[in-house]
Design a protein around this ligand. Structure first.
Ligand SMILES: NC(=O)c1ccc[n+]([C@@H]2O[C@H](COP(=O)([O-])OP(=O)(O)OC[C@H]3O[C@@H](n4cnc5c(N)ncnc54)[C@H](OP(=O)(O)O)[C@@H]3O)[C@@H](O)[C@H]2O)c1
Length: 249
């Protein structure tokens, strides 16, 4: 495999599992030194670090709760202290909490934590990272097909967080373009082994609405992220790359 990211430092939020772990592996294979965060899966995070080291690349995991926005500056300081800089930020960490808006038993604390994690937490990391990102830097925000179209009931809050960070990322593209830093969105789709809609009926409806009529593999979505991180995407900014099997086709 060619190594277009040699000499680059990447930070992937939520790299212990799912799409984040697939992205850590791929960016490291492509030559980057990769830092990533997690919040509770310490063993899984260590396993990802060990796997990357086993392939002769560099990775480090930091426990950092994205719902606590005050943590973001210290996280970025830790990455810079460890690897000497930052070139690529992948905003991947998120949680999914579902429920209709009129549900009298809604777990509003869990919904509020999702808004803090998926929206305010992403903004806090982007703000902190933007101060140190080097010339030619990349910001890649992982959203969802639900960021542009809500295809089933019970997803209003989750969709709102994704739509919000998409628009924020467009503003970031405008603000940081003069420094030759790009900011783009990958709309991920339903993934094997990742977070799922809670009930089988919703899942069936969502998969049935896809052009490809199947869930994606995390590696298929990591490939879209790696493209946006690569030198080949130097003139792509403010874009949304759909990697969700044709949800919006
Ligand atoms: N899975 C899907 O079907 C799907 C579809 C469309 C879009 N997406 C998007 O794709 C991205 C990855 O999803 P996934 O399915 O790979 O998720 P996942 O398997 O549930 O993994 C989530 C990752 O985020 C981390 N995380 C969660 N809360 C955190 C917090 N407060 N602070 C720091 N890290 C935190 C987790 O760390 P711990 O392991 O420590 O909990 C884990 O590494 C998300 O942005 C999601 O919205 C997913």
């Amino acid at each position: 495999m060619s190594k277009p990211l040699t000499g680059k430092v990447a930070l992937v939020t939520g790299g212990s599992r799912g799409l984040g772990a697939a992205t850590v592996r791929l960016l490291a294979e492509q030559g980057a030194d990769v830092a990533f965060t997690y919040v509770s899966s310490e063993k899984q995070a260590q396993a990802v670090v060990d796997e990357v080291h086993g392939k002769g690349a560099k990775a480090v995991a930091f426990r950092s709760d994205q719902a606590d926005t005050s943590r973001a500056p210290a996280l970025i300081d830790d990455v810079v202290a460890h690897f000497g800089g930052l070139d690529v930020l992948v905003n991947n960490a998120a949680i999914s909490v579902a429920g209709t808006v009129d549900d009298p038993d809604a777990d509003t604390a869990a919904l509020d934590r999702m808004h803090a994690t998926n929206y305010l937490g992403v903004i806090a990391v982007i703000r902190a990272a933007s101060r140190v990102l080097r010339e030619g830097g990349r910001i890649i925000t992982v959203s969802s097909g639900l960021g542009s179209r809500v295809g089933a009931p019970g997803l209003a809050d989750y969709a709102a967080t994704k739509s919000g960070i998409e628009r924020y990322t467009m503003g970031v593209a405008r603000d940081l373009g003069p420094r030759n830093i790009t900011a783009n969105v990958v709309e991920a789709g339903l993934m094997e082994g990742g977070m799922q809609p809670p009930d089988p009926e919703t899942l069936k409806a969502l998969v049935g609405s896809l052009s490809l009529r199947r869930m994606g593999h995390p590696d298929e979505i990591a490939a879209a992220i790696a493209f946006l991180a690569s030198p080949a995407a130097s003139y792509v900014t403010g874009a949304v790359l759909d990697a969700h099997g044709g949800y919006n086709a």
